[in-house]
Design a protein around this ligand. Structure first.
Ligand SMILES: [Zn+2]
Ligand SMILES: [Zn+2]
Length: 191
């Protein structure tokens, strides 16, 4: 089977199986349910690390030899390697690898990192089938309110009256403790 057709087939499969973001967003599912994956890459001129978010179900090809296949559940992402230039943590990835948090991926002299975080962005709380409570104040979240959902899936108020997210240094989930600004982890500057 030609490689392109093979990839299109996988992409189609992933899209069909991807869950719409709004239905899984704020239902206080187990921590691993909320899809949050990103790739860190280094700007060659400034040496700054930048990121882009991987969207479950959307295959992403960074070079002809490496394709990321973010899955719809459990923060899992496949890496399809077409040649032996693609390495994960210094080991050849050929032909396929499931990535885990903080894996280093190199393609030739390009270096990337996979991480299971997302940038924190306030959102409008959508209509829900069941009651959802703020991780901090334990008050019920209501449709249309401004909220922040941490990458662990815990929702928090983010209004002037109830600054439940911003008021503290870290996420309210004791298993998570993500800082309310920035990331829990990113590649070291200048590395
Ligand atoms: Zn609250
Ligand atoms: Zn959290």
């Amino acid at each position: 089977m030609p490689y392109d057709r093979f990839l299109r087939g996988i992409d189609h499969f992933l899209r069909r199986n991807a869950e719409p973001r709004t239905t899984t967003l704020i239902q206080q599912q187990p921590a691993t349910y909320w899809p949050c994956m990103l790739i860190w890459w280094q700007d060659k001129k400034t040496r700054d690390w930048k990121y882009f978010v991987l969207h479950p179900g959307a295959a992403l090809s960074l070079s002809p030899s490496a394709v990321f296949l973010p899955l719809a559940k459990n923060n899992r992402c496949g890496l399809l390697a077409e040649d032996d230039k693609v390495m994960v943590n210094g080991v050849r990835a050929l032909p396929f690898r499931i990535l885990v948090d903080r894996d280093q991926i190199s393609v030739g002299d390009e270096r990337l990192y996979f991480s299971v975080e997302t940038p924190i962005e306030p959102a409008v709380f959508p209509q829900q089938d069941k009651k959802v409570f703020c991780g901090r104040c334990k008050g019920e979240l209501t449709t249309g309110e401004r909220v922040v959902v941490c990458s662990c899936g815990t929702a928090h108020h983010d209004t002037d009256k109830l600054p439940c997210w911003k008021k503290f240094a870290r996420c309210s989930n004791p298993q998570c403790k993500r800082p309310v600004a920035g990331f829990a982890w990113q590649p070291a500057q200048g590395s």
